[in-house]
Design a protein around this ligand. Structure first.
Ligand code: PMP
Length: 439
């Protein structure tokens, strides 16, 4: 059995109380606050490889990996060297620099349909601008999204969103104007009939469909066979664009993201892609890109405006470039091994304890649902036993394994998860599964 920490974490608790005086809810992104699972969020003091060390000096195997970016593990020596080297030459120039070109080339070389990219600072910015570009290109305003998909906190995309919106059971966000929400059509994921009906009713108003390439923000719910092709067929028939959001899946599901696993598609590729997480190597860098004729509509060559003081930041692009260059075939092979071992171990432990569950996959990306039926939509995902997850989460945490604090998230691994880290997770699982069974 894994060693057990006391449930309280005094140094983290003291920081959390301080934080709540000056930061809403004590956190800078809502799911970090442990609201859904209760207890004290662990304030991390340092991280190395697969390990987090919190303010109390306790070590955890990290299964959040910054929600995706840390695919090589924390403070990877090659990335650290690239960042240090870049930082010694200045932090931000406000003029173009070579790393931006190299990172754009790296992305373009990996994802065939992407001919040009523009670098931004977050996935939210990437999807926000991709939508503006789609609206500018089509001269239409309506956006179609799917329930349970999260594309960042863009006004038009917060309706029935996944991630924190799912974790907290919110229908949408206050502060989104009715006019913005009115331009968004939300459809059930994996439902071709609903898609066709929406286009039959309002096809000539729809600028684009945006979808997670393979959703990970309601837990991992891959597209059913033919669903992505149906999106392409229907959008094309009605003159709308298709935006594939690969912020989470990009350069993780394969070297070319989800597109590398499922594409190329018979009916053609998505028009635009969004990227983030892995391509920033843990720094604020993201991108959107696609066909050259569409990207030419962006300022300064075209009429669709977009800009950023820190976009293409030299330190962030150095981190992203070193991370992508580090994403070798061996790295993807290791991600497969680690994710199979951990997901398999979790499934075995939950089965032995009699806890209903289901593991779903997108490449090496996976999540564990606390229900035992296939999950193909947000409604399916919502039917899980979040109380069982909560008990499981805390039992893992007290044994030094930090899962995402939500039943609606993928568990992220890195290539630095060595055998010792995997063994540590496996040792914690049986007790945690029994705790989930006892709910
Ligand atoms: N799209 C997807 C698919 C995401 O998973 C996320 C973040 N979890 C975003 C967009 C938003 O990215 P960011 O948090 O960098 O704004």
């Amino acid at each position: 059995p894994a060693p057990s920490y006391p449930m309280d974490a005094p140094a983290s608790q003291a920081l959390f109380e301080r934080a709540q005086q000056v930061i809403p809810g004590g956190v800078n992104s809502p799911v970090r606050a442990f609201r859904a699972v209760g207890g004290t969020p662990r304030f991390v003091a340092s991280a190395q490889g697969p390990w987090l060390t919190d303010a109390d000096g306790r070590r955890y195997v990290d299964l959040i990996c910054s929600w995706g970016p840390m695919i090589l593990g924390h403070a990877h020596p090659d990335v650290l060297a690239a960042v240090t080297d870049a930082a010694t030459r200045g932090f931000s120039f406000g003029t173009p620099s070579e790393n931006e070109v190299a990172l754009a080339e790296e992305i373009v070389s990996r994802v065939d349909p992407v001919e040009e990219v523009r670098l931004v600072n977050s996935g939210t910015e990437a999807t926000m601008t991709a939508i503006r570009l789609a609206r500018g290109a089509t001269n239409r305003s309506v956006v179609v999204k799917f329930a349970g998909c999260y594309h960042g906190h863009v006004d038009a995309l917060l309706a029935a969103a996944g991630s924190g919106i799912a974790t907290f059971g919110l229908p949408d966000s206050a502060g989104v104007p009715a006019s913005a929400a009115a331009e968004t059509i939300v459809l059930p994921y994996n439902d071709v009939a609903a898609l066709e009906a929406a286009f039959a009713a309002r096809g000539d108003e729809i600028a684009c469909v945006i979808t997670e390439a393979s959703p990970g923000n309601m837990g991992v719910v891959p597209p059913l066979p033919g669903f992505t092709e149906a999106l392409r067929r229907v959008t094309r028939a009605h003159g709308a664009l298709l935006i594939s959001d690969e912020v989470m899946t990009g350069f993780r599901c394969s070297r070319s993201g989800w597109y590398g696993l499922e594409g190329p598609y018979d009916g053609g590729a998505p028009d635009l892609f969004t990227f983030g997480k892995v391509m920033g190597g843990g720094f604020p860098a993201a991108a959107f890109g696609g066909r050259r004729d569409l990207m030419a509509l962006l300022s300064p060559t075209g009429p669709v405006y977009q800009a950023g003081t820190l976009s293409g930041n030299p330190v962030a692009t150095a981190a992203g470039l070193a991370t992508l260059r580090g994403c070798t075939d061996e790295v993807y092979a290791r991600l497969d091994v680690v994710s199979q071992a951990i997901a398999g171990g979790a499934s075995d432990a939950l089965a032995a304890a009699g806890v209903p569950h289901r593991v779903q996959w997108a490449g090496s990306m996976f999540s564990v649902f606390f229900r035992d039926a296939p999950v193909t939509s947000y409604d399916d995902a919502k039917a899980q036993d979040t109380e069982a997850f909560r008990a499981f989460f805390h039992a893992m945490l007290s044994r030094g394994v930090h899962l995402p604090p939500s039943a609606y998230e993928a568990w992220f691994v890195s290539a630095s998860h060595d055998d010792a880290a995997v063994e540590h997770v496996l040792a914690a699982l049986p007790e945690a599964a029994r705790a989930a069974a006892a709910v």
